[in-house]
Design a protein around this ligand. Structure first.
Ligand SMILES: *[C@@H]1O[C@H](CO)[C@@H](O)[C@H](O)[C@H]1NC(C)=O
Ligand SMILES: *[C@@H]1O[C@H](CO)[C@@H](O)[C@H](O)[C@H]1NC(C)=O
Length: 219
């Protein structure tokens, strides 16, 4: 009995360090192989209740974000930063809830920066439930430059609710509903990038399609 337990433990350990056997039982949410073993992330990252909400005014390129504590992103950044492909970080972390191009669309119907930020505060944006999906990676040739970007993909149903409230205001003000979809949303926390970030406007989808490594939560 004891020997069987020890064997099981040893086998468990062996499979935990061997990617090919890991892949026998574990796939990404879209059913393809992971490209690496689980990466550890502090669960404190996902409860930023005490991290202050920050406004991001920038004219027609203003945006709305949920703010996170970068200290829990830094170890993930360090895992992927290397002399071979040095990464850049802005030293802060957030989930973009309304992107600058989306803000510009909303503004055409007269939805204001203040209205959006008021909704966010009323909805207690910093208390939104956010859970990790995976560590995502994009590696694409864009305008002749090889660009690598890492992020933590998350599920954030309460942030979709905030987007839906903003959509309702936009529609009420006569905004063209073909130009803003509150449910077209791929929430993520950017970890780092080789030269610049990549966006939907460049044809990049940051959904489960880019899942690269699973996430294990630690204290
Ligand atoms: C990333 O790695 C490079 C190369 O090792 C290093 O020079 C740089 O300081 C690192 N960046 C950060 C933010 O730690
Ligand atoms: C913002 O966009 C509106 C049209 O949607 C335009 O009239 C205005 O000049 C723009 N403001 C700035 C600062 O670019």
């Amino acid at each position: 009995m004891k020997i069987a337990l020890v064997l099981a433990a040893v086998c468990g350990l062996a499979s935990a360090v061997d990617l090919s056997s890991y892949q026998v039982h574990h796939k990404t949410p879209l059913g393809v192989d992971w490209k690496g073993l689980p990466i550890q992330v502090s669960r404190k990252l996902f409860s930023p209740k005490n991290v202050p909400f920050i406004e991001h005014p920038a004219g027609n390129a203003s945006w709305l974000g949920m703010n996170f504590d970068f200290q829990y992103i830094k170890p993930v950044f360090d895992t992927f930063n290397s002399t071979e492909i040095p990464l850049i970080t802005r030293g802060e972390s957030h989930v973009t809830v309304i992107s600058p191009p989306e803000f510009a669309v909303l503004a055409t119907a007269g939805v204001t920066f203040d209205q959006i930020n008021t909704f966010a505060r009323q909805s207690k944006i910093q208390d939104s439930k956010v859970t990790p999906i995976c560590l995502g990676k994009e590696d694409v040739l864009f305008e002749g430059v090889q660009k690598v970007v890492y992020q933590i993909l998350v599920k954030a149903p309460e942030l979709i609710k905030i987007r839906e409230k903003i959509f309702q205001l936009y529609a009420k003000k006569g905004g063209n509903t073909a130009l803003f979809d509150p449910q077209s949303f791929w929430p993520h926390i950017t970890v780092g990038f080789s030269s610049s970030d990549l966006f939907l406007e460049q044809g990049i989808y940051k959904g489960s399609n880019v899942c690269y490594r699973p996430i294990t939560l630690t204290k």
